[in-house]
Design a protein. Structure first.
Ligand code: ZN
Ligand code: ZN
Length: 416
């Protein structure tokens, strides 16, 4: 009895100290990312950090070996020493506050040991030791991108965007946490974004939000009229392209130039269950979106396109919750399922917009306003949520992630 309770106490103590060790790594990673952010907003620091931005060409080859070595002395090494300093402060605070037992004290220094490996890497690269860059500088390696931008961890594709998409975003070095909190995990500045269903309430609200974030929006609508958004109480016309369901192929040329495609059109036939209503629901809510998605994915070829192109699909809460319109649910679920299937190996990021009822011409009793919903969508996208849920229905927050998780595993297992 005595022995087993002693063992449990020992295990708890070890677990507590392992958590402290992990926190020490988290602290140095967060300091690194904040230091990097500071280097971009504070000129004296940018004078050192600018070396890092000067050395790479868009294919991540270096402009000159000499400058690459210098950049390690001017940027990478000082950065790691600042981080090390904070690692030491963290360890001292933990020790002086008696948060750690004597025999586990070395674990508090984990973050510092971890940082020293970065310092040594920077020194090795600065000295020009052969292969030091290949082993220690993994986010700047050349070659075709093999994966999408990381969601929790920074990879090459993710970091490339800091150099060549927007230097005022994507600050993180290892974990994406700080970017996700600051809303810099996706930059919309200068992005060319096409929105379908643009004449609808949400379409217009989304275009307004995206425009405010610096994006260049194109409205895709079935109506023969130029659409506009309201900026500073003034109607501002947007580039409008007219298309029709079934004629998606005509959009190919446009899609070549678009960075983000937002598939947002839809139809609600409510209680109608005639053969025509079934056909129309599937044509508009599922098949036209699927064709658009494939057309757009076809335009993703280069490293830049893999890193920056995206599709957002408004599949709606109807994927998991009732929308009191069976054909709307059935067709939207089909679209949602195909997106889940397709994004198991899609060449670019595909986000889902899982939205609850909002006030619109189609739904005058919605609780949320379309502009509030649009604002949340953009907020969450900038925090790199791949499934963007905006609803007042708590069940969706539980069921949707579960459904998505298990279904994507199933799809991965049984497809090539
Ligand atoms: Zn930078
Ligand atoms: Zn870099």
């Amino acid at each position: 009895m005595f022995n087993s309770s002693l063992m449990i106490a020992g295990a708890i103590a070890l677990a507590r100290h392992l958590v402290i060790a992990l926190v020490s790594i988290l602290v140095v990673e967060v300091v690194r990312d904040l230091y990097h952010f500071l280097a971009h907003v504070w000129q004296p620091l940018y004078r050192l950090h600018g070396w890092h931005h000067r050395i790479f060409k868009p294919d991540l080859s270096v402009k000159s070996e000499e400058i690459y070595r210098q950049a390690n002395w001017y940027n990478d090494l000082p950065e790691s020493l600042v981080i090390l300093l904070f690692g030491v402060i963290f360890a001292q605070v933990v020790i002086t506050n008696g948060l750690v037992a004597q025999n586990y004290q070395w674990l508090v220094w984990t973050g510092c040991f971890y940082t020293i490996t970065y310092s040594l890497g920077a020194i090795a690269r600065g000295l020009g030791i052969p292969y030091a860059d290949a082993i220690t500088d993994v986010t700047h390696r050349q070659g075709e991108f093999q994966s999408l931008p990381g969601n929790l961890f920074v990879n090459r594709t993710y970091h490339w965007r800091h150099h060549f998409d927007d230097q005022d975003a994507y600050f993180c070095g290892t974990l994406t946490l700080v970017d996700r909190i600051m809303g810099t995990a996706l930059s919309l500045k200068g992005k060319k974004i096409a929105v379908t269903g643009a004449s609808g309430t949400l379409g217009e609200a989304l275009m307004t939000q995206l425009h405010q974030k610096g994006a260049k929006v194109t409205a895709l609508t079935s109506k023969e009229q130029e659409l506009s958004i309201t900026v500073n109480n003034q109607a501002t016309p947007v580039n409008t392209v007219t298309w029709a369901v079934g004629k998606e192929e005509e959009l190919r040329e446009l899609f070549e130039k678009i960075d983000i495609l937002i598939i947002n059109h839809g139809i609600n036939v409510y209680g109608d269950k005639s053969p025509e209503a079934i056909a129309t629901s599937y044509q508009v809510n599922a098949f036209s979106g699927i064709r658009m998605m494939e057309l757009f994915l076809d335009t993703v070829k280069t490293n830049r396109q893999k890193a920056t192109k995206e599709i957002w699909v408004n599949t709606s809460e109807a994927e998991v919750s009732p929308a009191f319109s069976p054909l709307y649910e059935l067709s939207k679920r089909t679209m949602g399922d195909i997106v889940t299937l397709r994004r198991t190996n899609a060449p670019c990021v595909i986000r889902k917009l899982i939205l609850g009822p909002f006030k619109s011409n189609l739904n005058p009793v919605g609780v949320m306003s379309a502009s509030w919903v649009a604002k949340q969508i953009v907020n969450l996208a900038q925090r790199d949520f791949r499934n963007i849920i905006v609803t007042i229905n708590p069940i969706t927050y539980i069921f949707f992630p579960l459904k998505e998780f298990f279904q994507s595993i199933y799809f991965k297992l049984f497809t090539k």
